[in-house]
Ligand binder design. Structure first.
Ligand code: GLV
Ligand code: MN
Ligand code: MN
Length: 408
């Protein structure tokens, strides 16, 4: 690894470090269409223009920085996202974007001439932390999420995405599927921090992705009746929290029984007073697993438990099993033959593009604890630089030789 790459990594990492970082928790709060999101997008645009890349926005506001003209020949794209979950870590998303810029610099510095364009993307709203649907940026442009539905999604303050777009100076009318942008992407390679702990045991700094588990999000709304916490007999209560709490435990049991994972990580209790019986309770279920039928059985059982308490259950998103392109994986393995193969329970824009028919691959960089979606998420600097080296080698292969026949 050249010292220039290391310096570039350190500079970019330092520039991103304070954007959206919460002073108390040390975690990142980088939500779509906020001030922090704006600052991150400005940073991305600055990196692109400093390199003389052509910066374009698609109909969902995803940012694309092109070296070469993808309207002449569809390009190879790398990159990731810059938004975060509430109190997320520094690496989930930004590692892929920073590594992409450095890999491009290394190709250029070596005098390399690609046979097709190279693009770097910053997908908007990957985590769905504000409006509830993950990978909204890639879902909308590929048509997997209809514009009407996206624009009607509401954040925790009741503001719709359409209103948030207007507040950010953007035109909601422009939002929609964008086949022209999608057509420019001949193949996609996303580098991402490992989520879960495998590579430390396998003693390797990078792995290649094989598939993404089926996963989804469901909204559970429990009814109740507001009343006084001190004067209402237990028998007379309609406490929305009891249904939600019981259903959270049912989710744990169902996931255990079916070999899946299930989480209720977000709740809203109304009115939210210590001395007021909850008149409504909403929880969001996240369920995933290796086997689609098992995830569906888990969710059916949770839904039945919720229905016993009069709750309504709404599916907010569902992503079926995603398998990455076998031909592309084979080619990437020729470059990184020692890299282990990993499946993942985490969702990614790479999965959405793969489902849209774009040959897609993922490179994971070792996470020593496996912890992610947390302020303590970490990757060693040397491993990050090994990830840049791996990405550069993969781009060199995929951009260096025009494939014969149908090779991506
Ligand atoms: C995104 O990181 C997800 O898997 O929820
Ligand atoms: Mn994430
Ligand atoms: Mn991510």
């Amino acid at each position: 690894m050249t010292s220039g790459s290391a310096r570039s990594f350190d500079r970019q990492w330092a520039e991103l470090a304070e954007i959206g970082r919460h002073p108390q928790t040390g975690g990142y709060r980088r939500y779509a269409l906020t001030r922090e999101d704006h600052d991150l997008r400005e940073w991305f645009a600055g990196e692109a223009t400093d390199r003389g890349l052509d910066l374009t926005l698609d109909r969902m506001g995803n940012q694309w920085a092109w070296w070469g003209d993808p309207d002449t020949t569809p390009g190879l794209v790398t990159g990731s996202h810059l938004d975060s979950v509430p109190d997320g870590g520094a690496y989930d998303g930004p590692l892929g974007v920073v590594s992409a810029f450095i890999a491009l610099d290394r190709l250029r510095a070596s005098g390399f001439l690609p046979w097709r364009p190279l693009g770097i993307v910053n997908f908007t709203d990957e985590e769905g932390a504000r409006f509830g649907v993950a990978c909204a940026g890639s879902r909308v442009i590929t048509g997997a999420l209809a514009a009407d539905r996206a624009l009607g999604l509401r954040d925790g303050d009741g503001l719709s995405m359409a209103e948030a777009l207007r507040a950010a100076g953007r035109d909601p009318e422009l939002i929609g599927a964008d086949p022209e942008t999608v057509r420019r992407v001949g193949a996609f390679v996303e580098l991402h921090v490992e989520q879960g702990r495998c590579l430390v045991d396998l003693d390797h700094p990078v792995a290649l992705g094989t598939d993404i588990w089926p996963h989804g999000r469901w909204r559970l709304d429990f009814p109740g009746e507001a009343n006084h916490a001190g004067t209402t007999r237990l028998a007379d209560r309609q406490d929305a929290m009891i249904g939600l709490a019981t259903t959270v435990l049912a989710a744990r049991s169902a996931a255990t029984a079916h070999g899946c994972v299930a989480t209720v990580g977000k709740t809203v209790i109304t009115p939210g007073g210590v001395n007021a019986i909850p008149s409504a309770a909403t929880g969001w279920l996240d369920a995933r697993g290796a086997d689609e039928a098992a995830v569906r059985r888990t969710v059916d059982e949770v839904s039945a438990a919720a229905a016993d308490w009069g709750a309504t259950v709404t599916e907010e998103s569902w992503t079926a099993t995603t398998r990455f392109d076998l031909d592309l994986l084979a080619r990437v393995r020729e470059v990184l033959p020692a890299a282990p193969l990993l499946g993942t329970g985490a969702g990614h824009d790479a999965g959405i593009l793969a489902t849209a028919g774009i040959p897609t691959a993922m490179i994971f960089v070792r996470n020593p604890t496996g912890i992610s979606h947390s302020p303590v998420e970490h990757a060693e600097r040397d491993d990050c630089l090994a990830g840049v080296g791996a990405l550069t080698a993969v781009l060199t292969e995929l951009l260096g030789t025009e494939p014969a026949g149908a090779r991506p």
